[in-house]
Design a protein around this ligand. Structure first.
Ligand code: G
Ligand code: G
Ligand code: MN
Length: 524
């Protein structure tokens, strides 16, 4: 049955970790562009304030000078010339003049010197300066002037001149408004009266739906300078920051994600991985043929566990079997192996009833009470005879005692045969072998390797073989890699062998095919 592969926790946490720097980079871009917009608006407001203050100062000075000049008739040619002299050095004041009954009587600018009504002032400051805004003058070619009047004299200001900075940036709104009344004074672009409510101290910067607005209170006059920068400009900066920061965030994110998922994988304990592998059925069995050395025919096979994920062996069995033993997970693995072997071998036994399968059983399994029941289940499930099964136990498993020896006896009584695995590598001694009645000795590869060499251990094989013969034990030599080794073992009286010289561990289908071919050859 195929189940969709679940995302591993390591991958999920890795992805989460990767998201953090990416999110941070986006946030940084957002904050940086916001901050930049605020700084820009504040800089503009400060410049407006500086110009506003200058304008105020020039208005006060020019009207003051005019009041104290003692000009008898300002509207005479000489009077106008003297007025022109007063404004000559005042860059922001275009002209000064005389007001009577809310009308402009005459001014320093000849062309503006036409009597015209001005209407009521929009605002009068605490110092008595009356301000009129949006005033059209005859020679002003449609331009709207701001007029500031005090004691019958008036200063004429061109607001565009005072606010002529950043003229090439569209959408930027600049100006001043009266602090006490909120009345706009100088103005470039529409003023939003709701901004005034944001001013709680000497300066404020805030973001509205459409603009980033900065305001600064004048220390000289009763007015506030403001600058509003449209959000669209800010969004552009945001995109620029994203383009700059996101790649860094992405790289950092991927790196962090990779490192964290690696870390989690490494830290997730081997026992946890084994449990997961059992649940996901990532273990499978390969079978290494065992041959009769006289006929060189396959008479059985050893089941060897493999941990597969995709095409890869995740971990070597000697590593994870040892880990499973110390984590108390070996009984679950043994159950799994037995069930799997029964399933794999059913057809092999049906077609080749004399064949046997050798299964590695851990020392702990011999101690657990239900091993016999488990083996009986396996025989049933594989639809074979107890004699088709050989249980391989390493010598260490046989060390502790009575209980194990009784269990082995029980199993052999049932008809299953038992082999001592890796013989010679443990605590082999003769007395011990006599006490444990078993059927086979498996001679470890390390001894087979010494055959035909000058190694001091090379003669141990002969002793093991002699000992086994004395005890009437049949032998399986492991790790046979050459025909010379096979011949030598046969000459010394070893009955069976396995090793790469004959065959490597293989999937059950391949084993079955080899057995089928062997049977077909025997028939002809
Ligand atoms: O081929 P290989 O590397 O698989 O074997 C390594 C070791 O793992 C062998 O010495 C064998 O004893 C052990 N082993 C292999 N399969 C099993 C198994 O199914 N159960 C146990 N307990 N040990 C196994
Ligand atoms: O259970 P045991 O330790 O006997 O398992 C045998 C181990 O030896 C397995 O890991 C198996 O894959 C490996 N093996 C079997 N035949 C050969 C061989 O001829 N040469 C080598 N190097 N290893 C072998
Ligand atoms: Mn073995």
């Amino acid at each position: 049955m195929l189940r969709p592969k679940r995302l591993s926790p390591a991958l999920i946490l890795g992805l989460l970790a990767a998201a953090v720097p990416i999110a941070v980079s986006l946030m940084l871009a957002y904050q940086q562009s916001r901050q930049e917009a605020r700084d820009y608006a504040a800089t503009l407001a400060a410049e407006v304030l500086r110009r506003g203050d200058l304008t105020s100062e020039q208005i006060i000075n020019s009207l003051d000078e005019l009041a104290h000049a003692g000009i008898a008739d300002p509207c005479s040619a000489e009077g106008r010339a003297r007025m022109a002299g007063i404004v000559l050095d005042k860059d922001y004041v275009q002209a000064i003049g005389v007001v009577r009954d809310n009308g402009l009587l005459c001014s320093s600018h000849a062309l503006a010197d036409i009597r015209q009504p001005l209407g009521e002032p929009a605002y009068i400051s605490s110092k008595g300066y009356a301000t009129r805004v949006h005033v059209e003058l005859p020679a002003g070619s449609g331009r709207r002037f701001v007029l500031s009047e005090h004691s019958g004299f008036v200063a004429i200001i061109n607001p565009d001149l005072a606010l002529d900075m950043m003229a090439n940036e569209p959408g930027i709104r600049l100006g001043t408004f009266a602090r006490s009344s909120g009345q706009p004074l100088l103005m470039r672009g529409a003023f939003d009266p709701s901004w005034t409510s944001q001013l709680n101290s000497d300066a404020a910067t805030f973001i509205t739906d459409n603009d980033t607005v900065a305001m600064q209170v004048s220390r000289v006059g009763d007015f506030v300078a403001y600058a509003a920068v449209p959000t669209s400009r800010w969004a552009e900066r945001y995109h620029a920051f994203v383009l700059r920061l996101l790649p860094i965030g992405l790289v950092a994110g991927l790196l962090l994600g990779y490192l964290i998922s690696r870390l989690i994988k490494a830290q997730s304990s081997i026992p946890a991985q084994l449990k997961l592998a059992l649940r996901r059925k990532e273990f499978l069995l390969h079978y290494q043929p065992i041959v009769d050395l006289r006929s060189r025919r396959i008479i059985g096979a050893e089941a060897l566990i493999r941990w597969r994920r995709g095409e890869q062996d995740v971990m070597r069995p000697d590593v994870f079997i040892a880990a499973a033993e110390s984590a108390g997970l070996i009984d679950r693995i043994t159950r799994y192996v037995l069930a799997r072997v029964a399933n794999d071998m059913r057809e092999v036994f049906a077609r080749h009833p004399d064949c046997h399968v050798a299964i590695n059983i851990s020392a702990q399994d011999f101690e657990s009470t239900d091993l016999i029941a488990l083996i009986k289940q396996t025989v049933q499930a594989a639809q074979c005879q107890p004699g088709n099964l050989i249980l391989e136990a390493t010598e260490h498993g046989f060390l502790n005692a009575e209980k194990v020896s009784r269990r082995v006896a029980c199993l052999r009584e049932y008809g299953v045969r038992v082999a001592i695995d890796d013989f010679g590598t443990g605590y082999s001694n003769l007395a011990y072998l006599e006490r444990f009645a078993v059927d086979f000795l498996k001679i470890d590869k390390s001894f087979v390797d010494t055959l035909g060499t000058e190694a001091p251990t090379s003669r141990v094989v002969s002793h093991i073989i002699a000992m086994a013969n004395t005890l009437n034990l049949e032998m399986v030599a492991e790790g046979v890699e050459s025909s010379a080794q096979a011949d030598e073992l046969q000459a010394q009286g070893v009955q069976f062998a396995q090793g790469w010289h004959f065959a490597r561990p293989m999937p059950v289908a391949q084993l079955l095919a080899a057995l089928d071919q062997q049977a077909a050859e025997a028939a002809t």
